[in-house]
Design a protein around this ligand. Structure first.
Ligand code: NAI
Length: 331
């Protein structure tokens, strides 16, 4: 099969080339996002392989179909970037990678939490400048704190296991509570307002859907404990960034650690160090000393890259042979 691989970074080229047999499949790599303008690059390909910030909306899907594309292989779990109704109407099949090292994402959430708390990023710079003062590096003990987990699927469950190890009290909200996880970790399911009111640290691990866009907004932020920490490694659209900034400014939100940002599509996965970033909300966010931002790297481990490449190969083989697979995304 000929596959146009979009948003292809050097590490994607390496991991996919390692797993795919070049005598069976031709991979054409493009280091641009997939959208209606770039879709014609897929001319001659039966499939495209896309990532989180590609925009597979109606105009893009129509272009792809016009150029003969019949399959979309997402290199990610979330599929909020694909208009599934339109894909189905055009007869384009969509596949995804439902899990790629959920532990990697959970571990990154913990990295954000610990860095924000113990300020290791600031300590690193101070020590390198021979500034050994501890002034303003005070953290708090994680042991015994209440952790609120929003979404207890694969990543939320991995996060729960780690935080149980820290000796925390675990509370969670998920429309589909897991009895197994309750038995394993001793967590308690609550409603979202109850969770927000009780948690010292809130971590988001649910998918973004139209109905939960801005799950964390001005109203729900009012419910959180003063000084609480919010961690988001899920999707930027779950948080109303301006509302979070207002809550940080008033001091009600104590810390914010994010690996995802609602407007990240035009920013992340590129070196923009020589550019002026025309996004005032972004500028404001970076100005806070109690905000830590990483650029969608929670998944980024050797194990996850290999799993993405292997599952994508499995998806290509299933599509070619019209085999049933749970990784196919249907309405
Ligand atoms: P999953 O499908 O295993 O679990 C999601 C859980 O969220 C399910 O238990 C579901 O019932 C629950 N849920 C759905 N709507 C909810 C709501 N409104 N409130 C609370 N819970 C809700 O998904 P998984 O693998 O745990 O991934 C979670 C999310 O993490 C993905 O959807 C994706 O957005 C994000 N992600 C981020 C990565 C990164 O590098 N930053 C990498 C991979 C995933």
């Amino acid at each position: 099969m000929i596959i146009s691989v979009y948003s292809a970074q050097p590490y994607d080229c390496d991991s996919l080339s390692e797993v795919f047999d070049a005598t069976l499949h031709q991979l054409n790599f493009f280091n641009v996002n997939l959208n209606a303008q770039t879709a014609p690059l897929a001319e001659g390909s039966q499939a495209v392989c896309a990532f989180v910030n590609d925009r597979l909306d109606e105009p893009c899907l129509i272009e792809l179909a016009k150029h003969g594309v019949r399959f979309i292989f997402l290199r990610c779990a979330g599929f909020n970037q694909v208009d599934l109704n339109i894909a189905q109407n055009l007869g384009i099949q969509v596949f995804r990678v439902p899990a790629y090292s959920p532990e990697s994402v959970a571990e990154h959430a913990v990295a954000l939490l610990l860095t924000l708390n113990r300020k290791t990023h600031k300590a690193y710079n101070r020590v390198r400048e021979s500034n050994f003062s501890l002034d303003r590096l005070t953290g708090f003990q994680i042991y015994g704190k209440t952790i609120g987990i929003v979404g207890t699927g694969k990543i939320g469950a991995a996060f729960a296991r780690i935080m149980r190890g820290f000796g925390c009290k675990l509370i969670a909200f998920d429309p589909f509570p897991s009895e197994t996880l309750t038995d394993e970790t001793g967590l308690t399911y609550l409603s979202l307002p109850q969770l927000l009111a009780q948690a010292d640290i809130i971590s988001l691990h649910c998918p973004l859907r139209p109905e939960n866009r801005h799950l964390i907004n001005a109203e729900t932020l009012k419910l959180i404990k003063p000084g609480a920490m919010l961690i988001n490694t899920s999707r930027g659209g779950l948080v109303d960034t301006q509302a979070a900034i207002d809550a940080l400014q008033s001091g009600h939100l104590g810390y914010l650690g994010i690996d995802v940002y609602e407007q990240e599509e035009s920013l992340f996965f590129r070196d923009r160090s020589e550019q002026i970033i025309d996004d005032n909300v972004w500028g404001l966010l970076l100005h806070f000393p109690n905000v830590l931002v990483t650029a969608h790297q929670a998944f980024f481990t050797k194990e996850a890259l290999l799993e993405i490449a292997q599952t994508t190969l499995g998806n290509v083989e299933a599509a070619e042979n019209q085999l049933h697979t749970d990784t196919r995304v249907t309405l």
